[in-house]
Design a protein around this ligand. Structure first.
Ligand code: HEM
Length: 472
C-alpha cells in the first residue's frame, strides 16, 4: 500500500481485500469505520474505494471540483460507448444536462403547476386503491410504485398510464430487471481483468451481458417511440414536457460545434429520470407508512395538523407546506431514520489530492456512509429515537437542520430531483393520511429493520398494513 493513503484494507493484488464473514456489506463497512475512524480505504478487486462517515469531510469533498467526476463504471453507463445523461456523465455533458434538467423542473413550476396536479391525480388513484383494500392487510408498494412512475412519465412526456395498462407493466418489469442485472455488471467494474482470463462467451454469460443489452434496447425503444411522437407534434411556442424542451434546445444548438445534445443523450436522460426518481421516492414513502404505523402518537399529531389545515376534500398544494410544520418534520425524520441510500452515488478523484490529511490518488472512488452521519450524536440528540419534534423550534416552526443531514447528497452533485421528490412526499403524505389511518394487522408489529440485501437501497421489509378510512 503506497504511503499517505487513509488507513484500511488493501488486500491482495487483483482481488483486493475479501472479508471472510457472514456479515452483510453495511455491517462490514460500519465495522471498518469503528476500526479506522472517519475515513478509510477498502480495495475491492482492483478498485480503490474510500469511505467517509464524517459530515464535514463529506461536504468538503463533494463541494470540491476534483471530486465531481463519476467512476467510469459500466453499472452507471449500462455498457454504452460513452456516458450520457447526468448520473453517469462528467465534464461539460454533465454540466449542460444538469443545468437543463434543473431549469426544466423549475419551469414546470414547482408551486402552482400542472406537475402538482399530476401528483394529486396519482395520489387520488392511490387513495382509490387503498380504499378498496381498507380494513384488510395489504402491502402498499405496488400501486405506490405505479403512481410515482406515472408522475415521472408526466414530467418527461406528458403521459400518465392507467394502472392496468400493459405498457406500464412492461415498463415496471424492466425497471425491476435493471436492479438485478446491474449487480452483475459490478463484476466487470471491480475485476476488469477477468475479461482477459476467461473466454469471452463465458465472461459475457457471467455478467449477463446479453440480457443487459436486451434490457437497454427495450428501454431505448420505449423512449424512441415517445421522442418520435413528440417530434411530430412539437409546438415550439408551447413546450409540454422534458422531451419537448430538449428537442427545442437541440434545435437551437444544432449549428454549435460544442453542443452536447443528441437524441441518444435525451433517451438516456429520460431513462435516468425513472431510474433515479422512481424507487427513491416510492421507497421513502413506504418508510413514511412504516414509521407512522409503528408510532400511533406521531400519526395522531399528523392527522390533527392535516385536519386543521386541509378541510375534508381539499387537495394540498405546496402553498400549505409552511402551515404544516409537523408534516414536514415527520417526512424529514423518516428520511433521516431510514437513510435510504446509505452509500450515495459514488464520486471519483479526478487527480491526486489531499483529504482529511490523507492522499487520495487519482481514480479512487469516494463513497459516503449516510447512516453513520444520520445517527451521529454530534448532530443528533438521541439519534436512535424516531422523534419528528427534533425538527421543530421552540415556536413549533419547522427548522431545516442542514448539518448532518444528507438524504439527497451534498455538494456539486446534490440530487437534481430533490425539489420534485420533496413535493411528491409532501402531497403523498398529506393526501394519504387525510383519508386513512394506518396500523399493522392485529397482533402484529411493524418491522423497522431495513432490508440490507441490496447494495443501493435500505428498503423497508415487506410489511403489511391495515388502512382504515377516516372521517374528518
Ligand atoms: C426521495 C427521493 C430521492 C432521494 C433520496 C434521492 C437521492 C439522491 C442522491 C443521494 C443522489 C446522489 C448525489 C451525489 O452524487 O452525491 C442523487 C442524485 C440524483 N438524483 Fe436523486 N433522489 C431522489 C429523487 C430523485 C428524483 C425524483 C429525481 C428526478 C426525477 C432524481 C434525479 C437525480 C439525478 C439526475 C441525480 C444525479 C445528479 C448528478 O449526478 O449531478 N432524484 N439523488
Amino acid at each position: 500500500k503506497p504511503p499517505g493513503l487513509p488507513p484500511g484494507k488493501w488486500g491482495l493484488p487483483l482481488v483486493g481485500y475479501i472479508p471472510w464473514t457472514s456479515k452483510n456489506f453495511e455491517e462490514q463497512v460500519m465495522d471498518l469505520h469503528q476500526q479506522y475512524g472517519n475515513i478509510f480505504l477498502w480495495r475491492m478487486g482492483t478498485q480503490l474505494m474510500i469511505f467517509i462517515n464524517d459530515y464535514k469531510l463529506m461536504k468538503e469533498a463533494f463541494s470540491r471540483a476534483e471530486f465531481i467526476p463519476r467512476p467510469d463504471w459500466d453499472v452507471l453507463t449500462l455498457i454504452d460507448e460513452a456516458p450520457h445523461g447526468i448520473v453517469s456523465s462528467s465534464g461539460i455533458l454533465w454540466h449542460n444536462n444538469r443545468r437543463f434538467t434543473l431549469r426544466q423542473l423549475r419551469d414546470l413550476g414547482m408551486g402552482k403547476s400542472s406537475l402538482v396536479g399530476a401528483v394529486q391525480q396519482q395520489c387520488l388513484k392511490l387513495r382509490e386503491t387503498l380504499a378498496k383494500g381498507a380494513g384488510t392487510a395489504v402491502v402498499i408498494n405496488h400501486q405506490l410504485h405505479l403512481s410515482v412512475i406515472n408522475i415521472i412519465w408526466y414530467m418527461v412526456a406528458s403521459r400518465q398510464f392507467d394502472a392496468e395498462n400493459k405498457r406500464l407493466h412492461e415498463f415496471v418489469d424492466l425497471l425491476s430487471d435493471l436492479v438485478i442485472l446491474s449487480n452483475r455488471l459490478a463484476i466487470k467494474d471491480f475485476m476488469p481483468w477477468m475479461q482477459n482470463v476467461m473466454p469471452d462467451f463465458l465472461f459475457k454469460r457471467l455478467i449477463k451481458y446479453h440480457e443487459m443489452m436486451d434490457m437497454k434496447e427495450k428501454f431505448l425503444q420505449f423512449f424512441r417511440e415517445e421522442v418520435e411522437e413528440h417530434k411530430a407534434t412539437l409546438d415550439p411556442n408551447h413546450p409540454r414536457d422534458l422531451i419537448d424542451s430538449y428537442l427545442l434546445e437541440m434545435e437551437a444548438k444544432k449549428d454549435d460545434p460544442e453542443t452536447t445534445c443528441s437524441e441518444r443523450d435525451l433517451m438516456f436522460l429520460m431513462f435516468e429520470m425513472f431510474s433515479a426518481g422512481s424507487e427513491t421516492t416510492s421507497n421513502t414513502f413506504t418508510w413514511v407508512c412504516c414509521y407512522l404505523a409503528a408510532h400511533p402518537q406521531v400519526q395522531r399529531k399528523l392527522h390533527a395538523e392535516i385536519d386543521e389545515v386541509l378541510p375534508s376534500g381539499a387537495l394540498p398544494t405546496l402553498a400549505e407546506k409552511s402551515r404544516m410544520p409537523y408534516t414536514e418534520a415527520v417526512i424529514h425524520e423518516v428520511m433521516r431514520a431510514c437513510s435510504l441510500i446509505n452509500f450515495g452515488v459514488q464520486h471519483m478523484a479526478a487527480s491526486d489530492t489531499q483529504l482529511g490529511g490523507y492522499t487520495i490518488p487519482k481514480g479512487a472512488v469516494v463513497s459516503t456512509t449516510v447512516t453513520a452521519i444520520h445517527y451521529d450524536s454530534r448532530y443528533w440528540d438521541r439519534p436512535e429515537e424516531f422523534r419528528p419534534e427534533r425538527w421543530l423550534d421552540e415556536n413549533g416552526k419547522f427548522s431545516m437542520v442542514k448539518e448532518g443531514f444528507l438524504p439527497f447528497g451534498v455538494g456539486k452533485r446534490v440530487c437534481v430531483g430533490e425539489s420534485l421528490a420533496r413535493m411528491e412526499l409532501f402531497i403523498l403524505t398529506t393526501m394519504v393520511f387525510q383519508s386513512f389511518a394506518i396500523a399493522p394487522p392485529p397482533g402484529k408489529s411493524v418491522n423497522l429493520t431495513p432490508d440490507l440485501s441490496g447494495f443501493f437501497f435500505r428498503k423497508a421489509m415487506p410489511n403489511e398494513f391495515v388502512f382504515t378510512a377516516r372521517e374528518q
